[in-house]
Ligand binder design. Structure first.
Ligand SMILES: Cc1cc2nc3c(=O)[nH]c(=O)nc-3n(C[C@H](O)[C@H](O)[C@H](O)COP(=O)(O)OP(=O)(O)OC[C@H]3O[C@@H](n4cnc5c(N)ncnc54)[C@H](O)[C@@H]3O)c2cc1C
Length: 553
């Protein structure tokens, strides 16, 4: 039987899913440490994963949140929309995100296939490029050029990265082989862009510029990838290798239920705390306010000052907000991190992203066309275009029920085009772009309620949507990712931990936030004198042998 592709490394192939599932649990703390307060900055998925696991181990996590619980897993309900939500951050979760799904399953949440291009969940996909519109249910319905592009991408991956052998090693969790193959690619592709990989590949070089353009607009898996063309090719390789871009699901009712569920959930087995204890009950219902300063306290602990200027010190602190916020939002004492680590935290590069949603009276796009050239096709389909909407997605909640349309999901330059505009203007811009593709569909008459939009880069608590590493950023990522291993650090730099999307090797995918949170759990437990059970060693035990390749500085 073929084993599934999972987000298992490739930089650090540690089996987080097995670690979480093991009956021995994640570790134990010395009795005198039980009930010790530790601070968690940020109540997104990384902060709440860590807080939940640290509570289970008997510590008292104190969670600080400057904005909304859930962070970039934000499901905003439409006013009067009978529970219909707009997924403003993460919205499609690959089956390969095993640690993330561990928590979804724990909370008993439902999921369904995400309506990505050319999937049966979308039903119909409309590709509109350079003024030409194509209707498709599968790749075979599109002109041959699209198949040529897909084949060229597969060949480029095979020729440039030995893709199938690498993915086989990952499926089989053959760590020596996976490391051997991946570590060869790191120095080759850290310095080079995704565009370079595509343009220089013999498979694409043999084709026209038009093929490359179509690849940029329509790409693979979830859609256009030209906004990632300047990124390091290593990052793109990780995405395809670990199956991030396929077999994706949405969380029924909204993904924010995952972090909210962890906040409310009382684990069945816990050290120290009485049955029924949850993060919510430990906090009297709500997290503390945002953090405005982090300093070393005179007793060696870390002093955390919140928005209301209340300062308390903690034996360990985990920071999960985006790393730029350590310079823009938080007055963070410089000596808490080394200068090379500061370089990495500040050089992190974010991608921009905007989304615009409307609530509609019913899933009218599914009404079948009775006449005209598209007779037998629905009114509209999941739409990929080079117009400013880029990606349009439809979310059905049953016949005659209110439904949501994500009119536009865009990144980088296409997101910046929206940045200064009001939500109403964004809706207008999106509708006029869609009108050119669907001149005979009256979307406006179906809109009810207020539209919703987001630009993550406009929010001071985020400053961008997610990390997108540039060429040459591998070393920065390595410094941030490996920081949970603190034994070799000077005492002045210990006790403060980092986790979240920025720290991960797979930014823009929540699995990275979860895995780095689990590294931080290991680091904090180790810092407080705890240990893993011998039968269930953790990431810190595995790191010296199979940690990421160190490139020369
Ligand atoms: C537009 C978009 C689309 C995405 N799509 C997907 C997808 O389809 N699939 C997928 O798997 N992932 C996706 N992601 C990525 C995923 O959402 C993130 O990886 C994940 O949610 C990050 O969690 P985190 O805990 O690391 O960070 P965050 O969620 O950002 O949590 C950090 C928290 O820190 C808080 N904070 C900031 N400053 C302070 C302060 N001073 N004091 C206290 N708290 C503070 C913030 O308010 C925030 O709540 C997407 C993200 C975005 C933005």
């Amino acid at each position: 039987m073929t084993r599934p592709v999972t987000i298992f490394g490739p930089d650090f192939p540690f089996a987080y899913d097995d670690w979480l599932a093991h009956p021995a649990g994640l570790g134990t703390l010395p009795a005198e440490r039980l009930g010790t307060e530790v601070a968690i900055v940020g109540a997104g998925m990384a902060g709440l994963t860590a807080a939940y696991e640290l509570m289970k181990l008997g510590l008292k996590p104190v969670v600080f949140e400057a904005s909304r619980l859930g962070g970039r897993l934000r499901s905003q309900a439409f006013e009067g929309g009978q529970g219909v939500v707009a997924e403003l951050g993460g919205m499609r979760f690959p089956a390969s995100s095993r640690a993330f799904w561990h928590y979804v399953d724990l909370l008993g949440l439902g999921s369904q296939p995400f309506p990505n291009p050319l999937t049966s969940a979308a039903g119909c996909t409309v590709v509109d490029l350079a003024g030409q519109t194509h209707w498709a249910r599968s790749l075979d319905d599109l002109p041959p050029l699209f198949r040529e592009v897909a084949d060229a991408w597969a060949t480029a991956l095979e020729d440039g990265a030995g893709f199938s052998g690498l993915q086989q090693a990952l499926r089989e969790r053959d760590v020596p082989r996976l490391k051997a193959l991946w570590d060869q690619l790191v120095p080759l592709w850290d310095d080079r862009t995704f565009y370079d990989f595509v343009a220089q590949s013999p498979a694409f070089a043999a084709l026209s510029f038009r093929h490359r353009e179509v690849f940029g607009q329509v790409g693979f898996g979830t859609g256009g990838w030209d906004s990632d063309f300047p990124n390091s090719m290593l990052e793109i390789l990780r995405v395809v290798l670990t199956g991030c871009d396929e077999d994706q699901h949405l969380i029924t009712g909204g993904v924010q239920q995952v972090p909210e569920g962890l906040w409310q959930h009382a684990p069945a087995q816990m050290a120290h705390w009485p049955a029924g204890t949850s993060l919510a009950s430990l906090h009297g219902g709500a997290p503390r306010a945002g953090v405005k300063a982090l300093k070393r306290a005179t007793n060696g602990h870390i002093a955390v000052t919140d928005t209301w200027s209340v300062t308390r010190d903690y034996a360990a602190v985990l920071v999960t907000c985006q790393s730029w916020l350590l310079t823009t939002q938080i007055d963070c004492e410089e000596s808490l991190f080394s200068q090379p680590l500061w370089m990495a935290l500040d050089r992190t590069r974010y991608m921009q992203s905007s989304k615009t949603f409307v609530l509609v009276d019913r899933p009218f796009w599914q009404d079948m066309r009775q006449s005209g050239p598209q007779s037998g096709w629905p009114q509209m389909g999941m739409t990929l275009t080079d117009r400013l909407t880029r990606g349009t997605y439809f979310f059905d909640n049953g016949p005659d029920q209110p439904a949501a349309i994500c009119l536009s999901y865009a990144w980088m330059g296409d997101a910046l085009k929206m940045l200064p505009h009001s939500t109403e203007k964004r809706v207008e811009l999106a509708l006029s772009a869609l009108q050119k593709i669907y001149p005979d569909v009256d979307i406006r008459s179906h809109i009810i309620g207020d539209p919703i939009s987001v630009s993550w880069e406009a929010d001071p608590h985020f400053l961008g949507a997610f990390k997108g590493a540039l060429p040459g950023h591998y070393r920065y990522n390595h410094r941030m990712y490996g920081h949970f291993m603190q034994d070799a650090l000077p005492a002045a730099e210990r006790g403060i931990f980092l986790a979240g999307d920025d720290i991960s090797w797979t930014p823009a995918w929540v699995e990275g936030a979860v895995q780095t949170a689990l590294n931080a759990v290991w680091g904090m437990v180790h810092h407080l004198g705890g240990a893993c059970h011998a039968s269930n060693p953790g990431p810190g035990e595995a790191y010296p042998a199979i940690g990421p390749l160190a490139l020369p500085e």
